[in-house]
Ligand binder design. Sequence first.
Ligand code: CMP
Length: 153
Amino acid sequence: MKRLSLTAADTVQFSRIVRGLNFFGAMNMAMLERILEGLQLCECDRGEKLCVQGEAGDTFFVVQEGKLTVSVRKGRLSLAKKVATLGPGDCFGEMALLHQAPRNATVACDTLSRLFVLPATHFQAVLNQNPEFAKEINDLAAARQSELDRKLD
Ligand code: CMP
């Protein structure tokens, strides 16, 4: 994962993407600045894994560019099943952060991809500030968990 410098245009794009999740809600300016200071932009090669099922995770991702596959396996010896494809505007990595648990699935890049990366501490601060965001992201995680359960049946 290569870290890129984040331009003002990237920050605007991030803000546009996460508006649909009520990410900034009624956040005050100081908090908004603190969150954006923690934001990173990274480039990842095809085949690179950003989340590995069963491993600890401490980041939340928002896809700027590229295509990624979410896959899950029941046990170490079983084959991985594809669960979803993620692309620009999609987010992932929320489940481990919400539940302080290991990653529930593996997310790998199908193409060269660019991602906004937010550390867990900043993600938590946004959750604390915005009940609307907390609801949206919990609903999203619950829907994804149901899909994972279905795949693993
Ligand atoms: P996390 O468990 O932190 O790491 C793996 C991520 O894959 C997970 O968070 C979700 O963001 C994502 N994920 C899991 N299941 C699905 C799904 N059904 N559709 C899309 N993304 C998923």
